[in-house]
Ligand binder design. Structure first.
Ligand code: SF4
Length: 240
C-alpha cells in the first residue's frame, strides 16, 4: 500500500517550498506556521520570513515587536512569540536532543523536524495522517509522511473522500464510506479571537491609549506577552 502511495506522490504531490530544504530551522518555521494556518496562506509568508530571518540566530536577534508585526494575518499570534523564544533557545544552546523542550514545539512538530530535517523514520501524526491510517487500516512508515499529508488534504478528505481519485482504492476497506460530521470549527467572525486579533493589529500599527481599545482583549494579549501596557496607559508591542 505504501508503494502505491509513494508512486502517486511522485506524480501528484504538491510542490511546497519547505519540501526543498532539510534545514531544521526552515522546517521549524514552516511547521509552526502550518499548525493553524492553511498551506496557501503560509507559502508566501514562509518565503518572506526566511528572507528576512534566514537562520535561528537572525530570528533570535530580532525584537519581539518586529516578530509580532511580521506574523500579522497568520492568526494565533502566540505562535510568533513561541517561535521567537525557540530561536533564542537554539541560538544560545543549540538544538536540544528532545525537541519538545523548545517553546511551541509539541510531539507533532518535533516528529516533523526529525523526519523532514534529520531524515529519521518517524511519522508525524496530524489529523490527515491519522485519518488515512484509520480508513486504510495500514501503518505507514516515516517515508510516507509527505504523501499521507497530501492524500489527506486533497483526496482522502474528512467529509467526503474522493475515493475514485485515490491510489489506495483497490485495497482500502473504507472505500466509498465517509465520516459523520464532527464539531464545526468555531466561528472567527464575532469571536473573542477576532477581538484580540483586531486589537493586536491596531497596536502593531502604532502605540495606542488603552482607553481607545477593547480592554478585555488588551488584558488577554498582555497576559500572553503580546502587548505591554505602559504606566501612562499606552499599549505597545513588547520591545525586548
Ligand atoms: S479509498 Fe477513499 S477512504 Fe480509502 S484512503 Fe482512498 S480516499 Fe480514503
Amino acid at each position: 500500500m505504501e508503494a502505491q502511495l509513494l508512486a502517486w506522490y511522485a506524480r501528484a504531490g504538491r510542490d511546497l517550498p519547505w519540501r526543498h530544504t532539510n534545514d531544521p530551522y526552515a522546517i521549524l518555521v514552516s511547521e509552526v506556521m502550518l499548525q493553524q494556518t492553511q498551506v496557501d496562506r503560509v507559502v508566501p509568508r514562509y518565503l518572506a520570513w526566511l528572507e528576512r530571518w534566514p537562520t535561528a540566530d537572525a530570528l533570535a536577534a530580532a525584537s519581539p515587536a518586529d516578530v509580532i508585526r511580521a506574523w500579522q494575518g497568520l492568526g494565533y499570534n502566540r505562535r510568533a512569540l513561541a517561535l521567537h523564544r525557540a530561536a533564542q533557545w537554539i541560538a544560545a544552546e543549540g538544538w536540544p536532543r528532545d525537541l519538545t523542550l523548545l517553546p511551541g514545539v509539541g510531539p507533532y512538530t518535533a516528529a516533523a523536524i526529525r523526519n523532514f530535517a534529520l531524515g529519521e523514520n518517524v511519522l508525524p501524526h496530524d489529523v490527515n495522517v491519522d485519518r488515512v491510517e484509520r480508513r486504510t487500516g495500514h501503518s505507514f512508515t516515516g517515508a510516507a509522511a509527505q504523501a499521507l499529508m497530501d492524500l489527506g488534504a486533497t483526496v482522502c478528505l474528512a467529509r467526503i473522500p474522493r475515493c475514485d481519485a485515490c491510489p489506495l482504492q483497490a485495497t482500502c476497506p473504507s472505500r466509498g464510506t465517509h465520516d459523520e460530521p464532527t464539531r464545526k470549527q468555531s466561528r472567527f467572525e464575532g469571536s473573542f479571537r477576532q477581538r484580540r486579533a483586531t486589537t493586536l493589529r491596531l497596536v502593531a500599527a502604532s502605540p495606542m491609549p488603552a482607553d481607545g481599545l477593547d480592554r478585555e482583549a488588551v488584558d488577554a494579549l498582555a497576559r500572553d506577552g503580546l502587548v505591554v501596557v505602559l504606566g501612562d496607559g499606552t499599549v505597545v508591542l513588547p520591545s525586548g
